[in-house]
Design a protein around this ligand. Structure first.
Ligand code: ATP
Ligand code: MG
Length: 378
């Protein structure tokens, strides 16, 4: 089938618009093998598209609206036949035609097309015209060489194509929030590299299935994702041995930031992303976030900071990370959960505590990297 995809925010990009559209087309080609993507008035026409992938296409960052489309010759008789052959859903009583012409030299005006095609639909189908609030809109876009006809535009992800805003490191835990944070950043154009701190002393092939599966789902929306696994157990052990229980989580999160900043420099990434949401857990009070985030100088962003858990869960279900996130997993952080964690730490007191931990070799920690695409055999 063919699909028409419209964008919204890309239109605000002035002279850079072409670059954004090209990136979106490129992302679609890489995410859906075998399709052809063409620029048409108002959006992109995706040909040779497999119907079962439609819902996934709707989640690709940068696509604001989309619909299955029929492409036909642009003479009015063919357009009429195409519209009349289109199946409509049940309980449809009213319609309107919405014609637009990108080729202004076309022989008929949009108004004429609306009236002529509307009259044909009235004659053949038991439908009334309703211009304000129709049950179905038949769209007709006249291009230079063809017409595109479609109805029922559905909502897409919107935002900007992944890979137009620069590279960021996302700290991916096994939880619900951080994969959603990653997706939200993709929607703002960021190219994501995922970093997971794993509860093991050495880099082995025994990477958590859960983390690989989450990364594979995220690779449905960004064509290829690099996943970096950091063996974390040697530091974890020290934290457990030397740091009072009520501050362990905060010290370990500061440590994750420090390591992430080193990785960011190597990867030429310019921000660190977390799934923090204000007040959700003890480490996410304003005071504790201040003390954690003060550990490194580079830009840190928490796209879910103001989001309610129920909204995060809704997005997680939509992007299909939720069922993976709720699988049991011994995240390294779960070892740091204290009965009575501090809720109001101060940076200087954490810095003092941190001196008890031996950070030598932090910059030499050996990492393992995976390049994950949605069909990768991992
Ligand atoms: P999530 O649902 O994403 O696990 P959470 O609400 O459980 O988040 P925390 O466990 O306090 O919150 O973690 C806060 C953030 O710290 C996570 O969203 C993630 O960005 C980062 N983080 C925590 N643990 C890890 C880890 N093992 N590896 C990488 N990042 C982590
Ligand atoms: Mg977590």
């Amino acid at each position: 089938m063919d699909v028409i995809a419209h964008f919204d925010e890309i239109f605000l990009k002035g002279n850079n618009k072409g670059m954004f559209v090209k990136k979106l087309a490129d992302n679609i080609r890489r995410l859906f093998k075998g399709v052809t993507v063409k620029r048409v008035e108002g959006g992109l026409l995706i040909e040779n598209f497999c119907e079962i992938d439609f819902d996934r296409l709707a989640l690709v960052p940068g696509i604001a609206k989309l619909a299955p489309a029929l492409v036909c010759q642009r003479d009015i008789d063919t357009i009429e036949k195409t519209i009349l052959a289109m199946p409509t859903g049940d309980c449809i009583n009213s319609f309107r035609i919405l014609a637009s012409r990108s080729d202004k030299d076309y022989e008929h005006t949009s108004e004429y097309l609306n009236i002529k095609l509307g009259t044909a639909v009235l004659k053949k189908r038991k439908l009334k015209v309703n211009l304000k609030n129709p049950d179905v809109i038949f769209h007709v876009d006249i291009g230079r060489s063809r017409a595109v006809v479609y109805q029922n535009l559905s909502d897409g992800a919107g935002g900007l194509p992944t890979g137009t805003a620069g590279r960021v490191i996302c700290l991916l835990s096994g939880g619900i929030d951080s994969p959603v944070a990653a997706y939200e950043m993709m929607k703002r154009g960021a190219e994501l590299i995922l970093v997971h701190f794993q509860n093991q002393t050495q880099v082995t092939d025994d990477v958590s299935r859960k983390i690989l599966d989450l990364s594979k789902i995220l690779a449905h929306y960004q064509p290829e994702i690099k996943l970096i696994i950091v063996p974390f157990a040697q530091y974890q052990k020290q934290v457990v041995m030397k740091i009072p229980a009520d501050s362990r989580m905060l010290i370990s999160r500061r440590l994750m930031f420090k390591l992430s900043e080193l990785i960011a420099k190597q990867e030429r990434a310019i921000a660190l992303i977390t799934g923090d949401s204000l007040g959700q857990v003890a480490s996410q009070t304003l005071e504790n976030l201040t003390a954690i985030y003060a550990s490194v100088g580079m830009l840190k962003l928490a796209p879910l900071i103001g989001a309610n858990k129920s909204d995060i869960v809704r997005i997680a279900r939509r992007i299909r990370t939720f069922d993976i996130s709720i699988r049991p997993y011994e995240d390294c952080c779960s070892l740091f959960v204290a009965k009575h964690p501090k809720t109001k730490s101060q940076t200087f007191s954490l810095e003092k505590l941190e001196k008890l931990v031996d950070f030598t070799g932090l910059d030499k920690v050996s990492l393992i990297s995976y390049y994950i695409s949605m069909n990768s055999p991992l």
